[in-house]
Design a protein around this ligand. Structure first.
Ligand SMILES: [Zn+2]
Length: 471
């Protein structure tokens, strides 16, 4: 079996400005430096900054654009030389931003921003795109928020996505308990919202999101709303926690890389509906290719009727959405042992085409080894299936579920609450399996995703927010 690439790739947008914020970031005297991440290509990097591959290759003396390496520092020549010398800083496009709204915020014109960034099509800008903006003291300092009776400082900080200490410092509040209704607080860095009321902010990450990863959407609003969303022609369901609406959706491994519209709709208490549309970018993941030859006795298990029966049971489970979150990050490893098959591997059975993929992670581990719940939740399936063999599915809330297949003995019942690390079964070799192993699967919004990232704590959830919400 041929293995290529890597199973789990983590995107870190590493952006630094050479010379610091006080220096002109000019193509000739510095510029934005991009650190090449795993599985990035020069053309993807060029696309992100709105420059050409040739321009980057030329600026960095790269003879062959196919040959870049992880960790390589690339100077991004984002500025033209005919612009007056100006200090700039990177700005990451947020949902709802337009070149014109950014220009207003930084007291310049959209035409100048377009020139600065060599943007040829100002309408085609996506959430997460990095542009250079003039860095000056005239940037609007923030917005003013009037404290309401049921507010706490932490909730206000969360709602606007600012650090609570930063918020306290900006308002010279020594004790977070001593804020009072009617008090005017400066929300530092929030800037005048460019979003239509009632939207305050829309946070989407990671950007770009890769095939097989989870997209995280956090929406803050000026008042309680009913929020719905659509992405990849699929519904995004939201759950509210501490006044913030969270939506999680898996990106199917076969989703074509490219730009997709995320449509949000908020309906307030008076029944007024407000829509918001933004673009998100899906990048290609890297997956192994595996050829699998099934022994004759097992091959007849690939009977379409058996597959359909299993699919019906599993589809019913993966469609579950409950509004209470039981899980925290990272998830726990469900059993010891080495990984014998990664998520997303393209698979060809008995010499056929690569039309299927491995939807979970296989742990090679002796039969009888305890299998543990990866996170807290409720057992929603515990029964023998044809392909999965003895199977357990746990609902962790917010559309996040984990599945455990080919089990020996099942030790839980449907409806039972389990704690993280609680023993739910023993490893076995039941169903379509050619040796004792655990097939572990994770679903988010009904889509199979790479659970390894959540085991390693590489979920898209922002760490600061996570501590505040999960504590
Ligand atoms: Zn498997």
């Amino acid at each position: 079996m041929a293995r290529r690439g890597i199973g789990a790739a983590l995107i870190v947008v590493a952006l630094i400005l050479v010379g610091g914020a006080g220096q002109p970031s000019h193509a000739q005297s510095g510029g934005t430096v991009h650190i090449v991440q795993r599985s990035e290509t020069l053309s993807a990097i060029a696309r992100r900054y709105g420059v050409t591959v040739d321009a980057i290759a030329h600026a960095n003396g790269i003879p062959d654009p196919r040959h870049i390496y992880v960790g390589q520092r690339l100077v991004i020549p984002t500025l033209t030389t005919d612009e007056p010398l100006t200090t700039t800083k990177p700005y990451i496009f947020q949902a709802g931003d337009t070149l014109a709204s950014i220009a207003r915020r930084y007291h310049t014109t959209w035409q100048r921003l377009a020139r600065l960034n060599r943007i040829l099509a100002p309408g085609v800008i996506y959430t997460g795109q990095v542009i250079q903006v003039p860095s000056s003291e005239t940037e609007d300092a923030g917005l003013t928020y009037v404290v309401r009776p049921d507010d706490t400082l932490l909730r206000i900080a969360l709602r606007y996505g600012v650090d609570p200490w930063h918020l306290m410092a900006a308002n010279r509040v020594g004790n977070p308990a001593l804020i009072y209704p009617g008090q005017a607080l400066l929300i530092p860095g929030a800037g005048p919202s460019v979003l239509p009321v009632p939207f305050l902010s829309v946070d989407v990450r990671p950007l770009p999101v890769k095939q097989g990863e989870v997209i995280y959407i956090a929406v803050r609003t000026t008042e309680p709303v009913t929020l719905t969303g659509r992405l990849f022609e699929q519904e995004v369901r939201f759950a509210e926690e501490n006044g913030i609406y969270y939506g999680l959706l898996g990106v199917h491994v076969f989703t074509e890389p490219g730009l997709y519209a995320l449509e949000l709709s908020a309906t307030n208490g008076q029944g007024q509906e407000t829509g918001l549309s933004t673009a998100v970018v899906v990048a290609a993941g890297r997956f192994y290719h595996e050829r699998i030859d099934l022994p004759a006795g097992r091959a007849n298990l690939l009977d379409p009727a058996a597959i359909a029966r299993d699919r019906e049971r599993l589809d019913a489970a993966r469609a579950i959405f409950t509004t209470r979150r039981h899980w925290t990050i990272p998830f726990e490893r469900p059993c010891p042992g080495s990984i014998s098959a990664y998520f997303g591997s393209r698979r060809a059975y008995n010499g056929g085409p690569y039309t299927s993929y491995h939807s979970g992670i296989d742990f090679r581990v002796p039969g009888g080894t305890p299998v543990r719940a990866a996170a807290a939740g409720t057992v929603v399936l515990a029964e023998p299936l044809m392909l999965w063999g003895n199977a357990v599915v746990i609902d962790h809330g917010w559309g996040v579920l984990t599945g455990y297949a080919h089990l020996g003995k099942i030790e839980v019942e449907v409806g039972q609450h389990v704690e993280p690390g609680e023993v739910i079964a023993a490893v076995g070799n039941t169903g379509l399996s050619t040796g004792a192993h655990l097939h572990w699967e994770m679903w988010v919004g009904g889509i199979s995703v790479n659970g390894l990232q959540w085991l390693e704590g590489h979920s898209p959830w922002p760490a600061s927010e996570w501590l505040a919400v999960g504590g």
